[in-house]
Ligand binder design. Structure first.
Ligand code: COA
Length: 258
């Protein structure tokens, strides 16, 4: 069913593995088409509460957009390609179900952009991050100039964008680009542990957190207004009744996502 992705669902977590290890999991057209299909699956399956995106093999998360597809592109086609990438990554960023990047090696160019579109990132010790597009006479096209500034601040982002310098996992953690650094062998387990905790929370409240936090970077809306709206929406849910009743009755809440 999928040529370039491996999908595995367990305990409400969908693990999406980009599976082109011989090309360091570079993002070609098929990967984008299939990522969209996997996002449809995540959205449409009520059993799935969250997702992990990772790369196959020990070396790379994703080493970038597939450079071999760039050669013959006209200016118009290159803009369409950037738009397609941005649209897919907006879908990840705005997914109401949490999507976490488990970065298991090189996250370069489009790979760094994919990781940054996820809600947060866990890295293995061998992970490396960077936007090396200027080496190719290009700039990032899948949101990298925007999200890198958001995540590490303008000064560091400018340096990374202009110099193509790669940073290791511990520097990425000190910059706030990744939340945790783990041994490669336990990367997926560690990421699943975090999502297992999140999966016990009220799904609509989790979705509200995503919406309100994303509103910080959305110029079309006021983030504080978005927070008021999302706070209010929670009061219409059965899960809010359940959460408050469970607290008062000193028992564990059983959320239903309603
Ligand atoms: N697009 C297409 N193919 C890619 C790729 C990319 N972004 N990154 C790696 N590959 C391919 C290589 O061409 C090579 O294929 P081949 O065996 O058919 O020749 C294979 O993946 C392995 O890569 P290789 O370069 O041999 O591995 P390495 O360990 O020597 O170097 C990197 C690893 C990540 C430093 C190097 O592959 C690299 O610089 N990749 C491009 C990074 C980049 O510029 N990304 C931004 C793209 S916009």
């Amino acid at each position: 069913m999928y040529q370039t992705l491996l999908l595995h669902a367990e305990n409400g977590i969908l693990t999406i593995t980009i599976n082109r290890p011989d090309k360091l999991n570079a993002l070609n057209k098929t990967v984008f088409d299939e990522l969209n299909k996997a996002l449809d699956e995540l959205a449409g399956n009520a059993e799935l509460k969250s997702a992990i995106i990772t790369g196959a093999g020990p070396k790379a998360f994703v080493a970038g957009a597939d450079i071999s597809e760039f050669n013959e592109l006209s200016k118009e086609q290159s803009m369409q390609l950037a738009k397609r990438g941005q649209d897919t990554f907006f879908r990840i960023e705005n997914s109401p179900k949490p999507i976490v990047a488990a970065v298991n090696g090189f996250a370069l160019g489009g790979g760094c952009e994919l990781a940054m579109a996820c809600h947060f990132r866990i890295a293995s010790e061998n992970a490396k991050f960077g936007q090396p597009e200027v080496n190719l006479g290009l700039i990032p096209g899948y949101g990298g100039t925007q999200r890198l500034v958001q995540l590490v601040g303008k000064g560091k982002a400018m340096e990374m964008l202009m110099s193509a310098v790669l940073i290791d996992a511990s520097e990425a953690k000190s910059l706030g680009l990744v939340n945790h650094v783990t041994l490669p062998e336990i990367l997926l387990e560690h990421t699943k542990q975090i999502l297992t905790v999140i999966n016990t929370k009220a799904p609509l409240a989790v979705a509200g957190c995503i919406k309100a936090a994303n509103a910080v970077f959305d110029e079309t809306q006021n983030g504080y207004d978005a927070e008021v709206r999302e706070f209010g929406n929670c009061f219409d849910t059965e899960d809010k009744q359940e959460g408050i009743a469970a607290f008062l009755e000193k028992r564990k809440a059983a959320f239903k996502g309603r």
